[in-house]
Design a protein around this ligand. Structure first.
Ligand SMILES: *[C@@H]1O[C@H](CO)[C@@H](O)[C@H](O)[C@H]1NC(C)=O
Ligand SMILES: *[C@@H]1O[C@H](CO)[C@@H](O)[C@H](O)[C@H]1NC(C)=O
Ligand SMILES: *[C@@H]1O[C@H](CO)[C@@H](O)[C@H](O)[C@H]1NC(C)=O
Ligand SMILES: *[C@@H]1O[C@H](CO)[C@@H](O)[C@H](O)[C@H]1NC(C)=O
Length: 273
């Protein structure tokens, strides 16, 4: 049973990668999550697996050196680097699809929304992306960087220092402190057109120009097999499909992966997108 579900979800991802135009194989890029790199077994295998199954060329796009960069480089800068990289990849010049995991989704949306002059993005498949923010910092594992990570957090997540030196601070959002979030968060308010004086209709237009958007809910940090706990897949509109995975421990609230979040001032009830 579990195995069947696992493959049904892989099949959905693969179907989207393969669907744009049967006569050309549209390439895809993969953007990994935090505390990870393209050369990790997990990410290398994942990219290869999707390539093997879809028949489309696939590239894991690395930003900086992977693990360290994913933790400590602000997301605006990560998105700029990704933008320059995709512009230089000849393979992508006619357009491409994106598959992103976890924090990589915030880089992915930065690419879609902010990358002036970049090649078009057709389909975007988001695996466990904290799109509406998180109210709980992802658990740091036992890597040597964790100490540094914790030190920065102690200075306050909306401080300039944290905003400039810790990637997750860019999508940290405390619903009971929205004023500070809108004033001091340097990434998510801009990405989501959430700040009244920062809105830009170009971002919206670019995001809405995707052919398909697939949003997959969260997975368990302790089980890096993304597909073992998939519980349902349902199409909701021609534009947007949402899938759900069962075991959520990292993204709080998990509804953020479908653009849901706590209303302002409330840390209990979650509103849908
Ligand atoms: C990657 O794939 C290889 C071959 O299929 C397998 O032996 C290995 O265990 C996989 N590694 C991970 C981390 O999934
Ligand atoms: C992908 O295909 C290659 C070549 O057939 C094979 O060696 C590799 O194990 C496959 N990897 C995965 C993760 O499916
Ligand atoms: C909105 O974003 C586009 C694309 O990056 C940019 O060219 C334009 O200047 C921005 N508009 C405003 C009002 O900031
Ligand atoms: C997601 O979080 C909600 C609380 O916001 C919880 O009730 C629900 O069980 C979580 N979903 C999953 C699939 O764990």
């Amino acid at each position: 049973m579990e195995k069947g579900l696992k493959w049904s979800c892989v099949a959905v991802v693969v179907a989207f990668l393969a669907m744009v135009d049967v006569s050309v194989s549209v390439p895809f890029i993969m953007l990994h999550g935090i505390i990870a790199g393209c050369s990790d077994n997990t990410n290398a295998n994942f990219t290869l697996l999707l390539h093997n199954l879809s028949g489309s060329p696939g590239f894991c796009v690395e930003i900086g050196n992977g693990v360290f960069t994913s933790m400590f480089m602000p997301l605006a800068h990560q998105a700029e680097i990704a933008c320059e990289k995709v512009k230089q990849m000849k393979e992508l010049s006619k357009g491409y699809n994106i598959v992103a995991r976890s924090q990589g989704n915030l880089v992915a949306r930065g690419l879609i929304e902010f990358c002036d002059g970049g090649p078009p993005v057709y389909n975007y498949i988001s695996l466990a992306g904290p799109h509406a923010g998180i109210s709980f910092i992802p658990m740091c594992n036992s890597s040597p960087y964790c100490k540094k990570f914790d030190e920065i957090i102690k200075r306050g997540l909306y401080s300039d220092f944290a905003q400039d030196h810790l990637a997750p601070s860019g999508y940290f959002k405390i619903p009971t402190d929205m004023t500070k979030y809108l004033e001091s968060s340097k990434y998510l308010p801009r990405l989501n057109n959430g700040s009244p004086n920062q809105r830009n209709s170009t971002y919206k237009k670019r995001f809405a120009s995707l052919h398909n958007l697939v949003l997959v809910k969260v997975w368990s940090l302790h089980n890096h097999d993304y597909f073992s706990t998939c519980i349902c897949c349902f199409p909701s509109s021609p534009f947007c499909f949402a899938l759900q995975f069962q075991d959520d421990q990292v993204i709080v609230p998990n509804e953020s992966t479908w653009f849901g979040f706590y209303p302002d001032g409330d840390l209990e009830n979650v509103l849908p997108a």
